[in-house]
Design a protein around this ligand. Structure first.
Ligand code: CS2
Length: 492
């Protein structure tokens, strides 16, 4: 079978959409850190549309850890397939906006050289929550993070996202080149100001003047990004190969829905994002809050409860009527009252989310979403809980989501089998679980003592502790399926 590349584009099945421009004729205007499935199914697709009329915005990508994506895509001239799936339907397109992938640990200088190129005016990031090396409860840089310590020791060969951005800005400043705009595209609250603070703090630890420069003279454009993109499976690769007629070593699979809301703060220029469906706004935070609390809050709750109840994927968990009713009730009764977004139709937004979670064509594993909970809980559930506590409003369903995370990270499922818990603090989470045993009170106290997740305020909040403890006790006694049924019915 032929392999996808610029030379084999004409062998693609006729139903596959291909770049409406010659990728070799484009110029790189964006460096993207973190070329994962999400970036390829989201920003790279918008830029593929942009390049059809404006060739100066191709992407130079970087992987911050492994070389597997580069190895898969380099023989394909960095072309890849995006398969959009819904029910029985699949639509396919080959995307040409990614022009290269550098692997940072192999050679940090290579990506720094690209970041210093005056033609690059945007550095965007999808490095996941943990990639920012910050304290999730406060949003500040964690100066003791091992990657930050390593970069502070050797700042000219940075390996972390804050280290790379700061070093590239330093080099540009030293060479008299205007700074690029930094555009974080991860699910962090207020990702523009948060990442601005993290990079300024890192730079300030290196050199006070550089810290002030980043703080005062570099623009950070916040974004809200939304598209569900499960990890690509071996079955997906085989099936997409059959459908496109040639081999693609690493396609991506996603849903029809896509949304990108971007804070319009690009002093040195930007593509016409608005012309390809992105929404340009002056304040992105309300959109981020809505998405993180509604979609991601429900997603994480669904992931822990669904996994514990024995469901491998989100859509199979949603086929359980109690889980579906729980999600509906969680959003309606406990999340939506905390959101006040002018012009947003929250019930319609909720219903669209429930329909997206039901999409049976996406095999989105509960285990995948369950990853890195210590980094995700603060913006997905805990901010909502703080607002509800301040308003004296019920938090039972939100607390069940938190309790399900605690139950999950003990590392043993309801049948006594080990759970492969992936989290930067997985060891600590497991140790807390082992020390507390199956005692709901000891477990709750142990996990609430994690200041970087809960902050001191939630740890010391009696209402919160009681709600989490009673949800956890029921999970331990009755199991996730029975507990969700009780909380879905609202009888608590
Ligand atoms: C998911 C997100 O894996 C996860 O934690 O909740 O990746 C989610 O699919 C996206 O944010 C949707 O836009």
């Amino acid at each position: 079978m032929h392999r996808l590349s610029s030379k084999t584009l004409d062998r693609l099945a006729s139903t596959v959409r291909r770049p409406a421009y010659d990728p070799a004729e484009t110029r790189v205007g964006i460096v993207h850190l973190g070329v994962g499935a999400f970036h390829r199914a989201h920003q790279a697709v918008y830029l593929d549309d942009i390049l059809a009329s404006d060739p100066q915005w191709a992407i130079a990508g970087a992987s911050l850890r492994r070389g597997d994506m580069r190895d898969a895509l380099a023989p394909q001239d960095d072309l890849f397939t995006v398969a959009v799936r819904s029910g029985e339907e699949t639509s396919l397109r080959v995307v040409g906006s990614l022009r290269s992938i550098d692997v940072v640990p192999e050679n940090p200088a290579a990506i720094l050289a690209r970041m210093v190129d005056p033609a690059v005016r945007i550095v965007s990031l999808t490095v996941t929550e943990k990639g920012y090396c910050h304290d999730p409860a406060t949003g500040d840089l964690d100066p003791d993070h091992p990657d930050i310590r390593a970069d502070l020791d050797d700042p000219w060969r940075p390996l972390s996202a804050p280290g790379l951005v700061a070093e590239a800005l330093r080099l540009r400043r030293a060479a008299g080149i205007v700074p690029f705009t930094v555009m974080p595209c991860d699910n962090l609250p207020a990702n523009g100001p948060t990442v601005h603070r993290i990079v300024s703090q890192y730079a300030g630890l290196l050199d006070g003047a550089l810290g002030r420069f980043v703080e005062n003279d570099v623009a950070f454009a916040g974004t809200m990004v939304d598209r569900i993109v499960p990890a690509t499976s071996a079955d997906d690769i085989a099936e997409i190969g059959r459908m496109i007629g040639i081999e693609d070593a690493w396609p991506v699979v996603t849903e029809p829905f896509t949304q990108w809301v971007i804070e319009d703060r690009f002093p040195t220029g930007r593509p016409d994002f608005g012309s390809v469906g992105a929404e340009m706004v002056s304040d992105v935070e309300p959109f981020e809050r809505m998405k993180l609390r509604m979609l991601n809050g429900a997603h994480s709750s669904l992931a822990y409860l669904g996994y514990l109840a024995g469901y491998e994927t989100v859509s199979s968990a949603m086929s359980n009527p109690d889980i579906e009713r729980f999600c509906h009730a969680l959003m309606t009764a406990e999340v939506m009252p905390t959101l006040d977004i002018s012009g947003a139709n929250l019930p319609a937004y909720r219903d669209a989310l429930l329909a997206r979670f039901h999409n049976p064509a996406l095999k989105h594993r509960t285990w995948q979403i369950a990853m890195d909970g210590s980094q995700k809980l603060p913006q997905r559930l805990l901010g909502t809980i703080r607002d509800r506590l301040a308003a004296g409003a019920p938090i039972e369903r939100l607390a069940l989501g938190v309790a399900a995370w605690m139950r999950y990270v003990t590392g043993t499922d309801e049948l006594g089998s080990a759970i492969d818990v992936r989290d930067p603090i997985a060891e600590r989470l497991k140790a807390i679980g082992t020390a507390a045993g199956r005692d709901a009170e000891a477990l709750t106290k142990g996990y609430l003592g994690l200041d970087a997740v809960f902050g001191r305020d939630l740890r010391d909040d009696d209402r919160f502790e009681t709600a989490v403890r009673s949800a956890l006790a029921m999970l331990l006694d009755a199991g996730a399926a029975a507990t969700v049924a009780v909380y879905a019915a609202g009888s608590r």
